[in-house]
Design a protein around this ligand. Structure first.
Ligand code: AMP
Length: 215
């Protein structure tokens, strides 16, 4: 049976890291609309050029752009048995569109909860390998050599939207547009809350338990 996890939570709550681990455990592809958009920006596609102006400001990219990228991706063969969504849906309209393509009984929404000060600290210290995408934290998970990826030797960079003022804008958009999804999914009885500021393995353990106890 198809299994769909939706990772919901503010920027910096660990959706990408948690999603990667869940992908390995459940053998499902992780689909991050942020990554798909950044890929389009890097390749200077028409969609990417349009999306960049919103992303640089920390604002949401218009629904029609994100939805078209997402629908194309979930039609691929590796999504046959399900997938994990990181960063989609980001508003009620996107959630309603998703339900036209996937029925609600296949979905489990995992809410990764964390407060703003924790998130600002985590995001402003986040660095990413420009070659392999490995994520570091300058204080909690620093690379062995300053500015260099432990895994592949690539250069570590800061995402443009991980600068403090853009982080604050992303958080405010999260509170205004994305957090109403918590009530939306609670009413549909598919919302499960776990801590986004704890140890990764504890969070993963909780999600496995939720999955086991909820068919
Ligand atoms: P993320 O990597 O999920 O933090 O996304 C980075 C940026 O991509 C966001 O700040 C938005 O500008 C854009 N983005 C990602 N997913 C969506 C979405 N579902 N809807 C609108 N914009 C999105």
């Amino acid at each position: 049976m198809k299994k769909i996890f939706i990772l919901l939570g503010p920027p910096g709550a660990g959706k990408g890291t948690v999603g990667e681990r869940l992908g390995e455990i459940f053998n499902l592809p992780l689909i991050s609309t942020g990554d798909l958009l950044r890929e389009n920006v890097k390749n200077k596609t028409d969609l990417g050029i349009k999306a960049k102006e919103f992303m640089d400001k920390g604002q949401l990219v218009p629904d029609e752009i994100v939805v078209s990228i997402l629908l194309k991706r979930i039609k691929e063969k590796d999504c046959e048995y399900g997938f994990i969504l990181d960063g989609f849906p980001r508003n009620i309209n996107q959630a309603e569109i998703l339900e036209k393509f996937v029925t609600i009984d296949k979905m489990k929404v995992i809410y990764l909860k964390a407060d703003d000060e924790f998130l600002i600290n985590r995001l402003s210290n986040r660095r990413i390998c420009e070659r392999c995408g490995t994520i570091y934290h300058l204080i909690n998970l620093p690379p062995k050599v300053d500015g260099i990826c432990d895994k592949c030797g690539g250069k570590l960079i800061q995402r443009d939207d991980d600068k403090e003022e853009v982080i604050r804008e992303r958080l405010s958009i999260y509170h205004n547009l994305t957090s109403p999804l918590l009530d939306y999914y609670k009413r549909k009885k598919i919302l499960f809350t776990v801590r986004g500021d704890g140890k990764l393995e504890d969070t993963i353990g909780k999600i496995i338990e939720i999955d086991r106890n909820n068919g």
